[in-house]
Ligand binder design. Sequence first.
Ligand SMILES: CC(=O)N[C@H]1[C@@H](OP(=O)(O)OP(=O)(O)OC[C@H]2O[C@@H](n3ccc(=O)[nH]c3=O)[C@H](O)[C@@H]2O)O[C@H](CO)[C@@H](O)[C@@H]1O
Ligand SMILES: C=C(OP(=O)(O)O)C(=O)O
Length: 426
Amino acid sequence: MEKLVIRGGKPLAGCVEISGAKNSALKLMCASLLTDDALTLDNLPRLADITTLSDLLNHLGVTITVRGGTGGRLKGRTMTFDASTISDTVAPYDIVRKMRASILVLGPLVSRAGEAIVSLPGGCAIGTRPIDLHLKALQTLGADIDLESGYVRASAPRGLKGAVIRFPFVSVGATENALMAATLAHGETVIENAAREPEISDLASCLSAMGAIIEGAGTETIRIQGVDRLHGATHRVMPDRVEAGSYAVAALITGGDLRLNGAGIEDMSAVIDALRAAGGTIAADDDSLHVRSNGRAHPLTLITQPFPGFPTDCQAQFMALAALADGASVITETIFENRYMHVSELCRLGADITVTGASATIRGVGRLRGAPVMATDLRASMGLALAGLAAEGTTEINRLYHLDRGYERLEEKLRGVGADVERVPA
Ligand SMILES: CC(=O)N[C@H]1[C@@H](OP(=O)(O)OP(=O)(O)OC[C@H]2O[C@@H](n3ccc(=O)[nH]c3=O)[C@H](O)[C@@H]2O)O[C@H](CO)[C@@H](O)[C@@H]1O
Ligand SMILES: C=C(OP(=O)(O)O)C(=O)O
């Protein structure tokens, strides 16, 4: 076990390279199951979740070749996924329990191999996170679904059949599972009330490069004409908009000035609006986002929403910023029912936050003071790290494995812009 020790109070300044998006990379890797040719992905981040999914794909028979970075040590890796032979269609509990996104092998497996047995991923700290919409979508495409001993058994021995899938509410993962499954279904599939997240568009563009016929990705209606087979392709993973949003908050919360190279600015409007509302000077040029603090943040009113709304994955980070604002902020979480696990830990650093139902009222304080805190989930951990960077004294963040799921070389990137942070044995 390791912990992060942050000696706060230093304004961060300089450039941060933004990595490839975890939440796109994982789905793109699952898409490799749809073809017996090789799929090459560039700009893959070095993250624990990528390793976990690689282990799962290996278990299913996918051969993976890693070709190192495309540039300096902080550049992404290139990996080739060869699923010419799917030797096993069981995604075991031991791997799936480490990462919920493992459920994204279900659609591709049943669509290409005609069957899949995938462990139910279970809930996690941020909510119960059922997968009913994923299962309903695959049933609509003609898969037989049974739940047995903690596993989902999906079968479609004669292949899936295109259909109209109408989601009752927006789900990123269910849209992705349905989209991947539909590429090899017979006939046309229409996904209504689809998620519009940029990661869906990135997945659709990779699938299209593999020969899929897809229209409307990035809108609420996606049309897919099924094809007999997909072929290999090379695709570059989009930038991580949540990582970029997190470093943007690091600039404002420390009174700093950061240039975020490779940030996907066009996918960050809601976050950029929030950074401006907080009083930051934000400039976008080419592929970098320049974020400069103008002193203490202004209070914020934020509501998490599906894209293009403000992302739930940036909620904890902006709550840390609001904790030091010059007035009272209100943040409302509408996506996950339990995504306030960081509140009590922020309060241990001196924040003044009250949660009522889905809303948190954050009364800004003049300063935070370092303390040992416990990370509960990925973004909560980043919220605490950001608060620690601004706090007086030393903050220790335990359970670092949460951060390692989603932030590539965090302490290296932070040290590169002047933070006093180190990883030590816990
Ligand atoms: C690996 C990945 O990309 N994770 C992201 C993905 O998660 P994920 O794809 O799991 O999130 P969803 O969009 O599916 O979840 C949205 C809401 O729908 C609920 N739901 C979802 C599916 C279902 O079958 N039934 C159901 O009730 C969930 O519990 C949640 O309350 O999108 C979330 C929302 O932007 C992000 O916070 C996660 O970082
Ligand atoms: C919640 C997240 O990831 P996951 O869906 O994999 O838990 C996240 O990236 O913030």
